[in-house]
Design a protein around this ligand. Structure first.
Ligand code: CP
Length: 325
């Protein structure tokens, strides 16, 4: 069904996906195209793609969306998932990341890891002979970014020339991965955050370099209004990420002025949508009125985790005949 003969082999087959920047802009665009194809044609034909393959999900932190969407994705592709969490799986606690990766590579065909620190994940991936997917680390959340890009493309046709405002904790993993993908696809990202919660100068410079070929740009403002003005998309996330709970009180105080409310959204374009990776804290980073409004795309985003990750699995695990960067 996905074949366009003669089809080139996937350039992603067998590779790891730890960061958005593991993809070229062309590969990112191709993955999103494949996700749209898979989303438009669910059904039995997809079940041959990963028949007999096993996806391990190893999570050091809680998850709803990432776990369930990967489990459903591999099942819809004909494969099976196995899940281990908490003390059963802590990278480097019972054995080195390298030994754990070498062992697991003998049992399963791909591994999704949700971890606290990014560095052990990199060590794990270097020793794995099967694809390793970052299901969220302290540094990045690339699978979320794939779903976010798919959602924005569905709403606007393309990222090219769009203005995306990211408000609140603009230093976190979701913000960084979103911004990387967006500038690679030609969007302008406007962070609105106090200086304590903005990407570093080095991170901003890296985003500018990433966006150079496509015209993508990243800018940071201390004013939420300036960041949101004329935006097509207004995005936020919780003020305190998992594992950072000791900073909750400080973050609440520093970020209160950056809550996304109807008043703040009024500075965006009239067609602007609201996005959030979920889980959300209603009444904190976003008002109930905004997240439950007709402008909110949050449940489309959550659904698109499934379609985007299914495309990723197809590209990493098969010849992905519909995958043409
Ligand atoms: N957005 C996201 O990653 O959700 P979970 O933490 O529930 O997986």
């Amino acid at each position: 069904m996905y074949a366009v003969a003669p089809a080139p082999a996937s350039t992603l087959r067998g590779r790891h996906f730890l960061d958005v920047t593991d993809l070229s802009p062309a590969e990112l665009a191709a993955l999103l195209r494949l996700a749209r194809v898979l989303k438009a044609a669910p059904g039995v034909e997809q079940r041959a793609i990963a028949r007999g393959l096993t996806l391990a999900l190893l999570f050091e932190k809680p998850s709803l969306r990432t776990r369930v969407s990967f489990e459903v994705a591999i099942a819809q592709l004909g494969g099976q998932a196995l899940f281990a969490a908490g003390a059963e799986f802590l990278i480097g606690s019972r054995e080195t990341p390298e030994d754990a990766a070498r062992v697991l590579s003998r049992y399963v065909d791909a591994i999704v890891v949700r971890t606290h620190e990014h560095e052990p994940l990199e060590r794990f991936a270097r020793s794995s002979s099967v694809p390793v997917i970052n299901g969220l680390s302290a540094r990045s959340h690339p699978c979320q970014a794939l779903a976010d890009m798919l959602t924005i493309e569905e709403r606007f046709g393309s990222l090219d020339g769009l203005r995306i405002a990211y408000i609140g904790d603009a230093k976190n993993n979701v913000a960084l991965s979103l911004a990387q993908a967006a500038v690679m696809l030609g969007a302008t990202v406007q962070f609105g955050a106090p200086s304590s919660h903005r990407p570093s100068k080095a991170a901003l410079a890296h985003l500018q370099a990433l966006g150079k070929a496509s015209g993508g740009v990243a800018q940071a403002f201390s004013s939420a209004v300036r960041a949101v003005r004329n935006a097509d998309v207004v995005y936020t996330d919780v003020w305190t990420s998992m594992g950072e709970e000791r900073y909750r009180e400080r973050n609440d105080a520093m970020l209160r002025a950056y809550a996304v409310t109807d008043e703040l959204l009024s500075y965006a374009q009239s067609h602007a949508i609201f996005m959030h990776c979920l889980p959300a804290h209603r009444g904190e980073e976003v008002s109930e009125a905004v997240i439950d409004s007709g402008r909110s795309a949050v449940f489309d985003q959550a659904e698109n985790r499934l379609h985007a990750q299914k495309a990723l699995l197809v590209a990493l695990l098969s010849d992905a005949k519909g995958f043409v960067p």
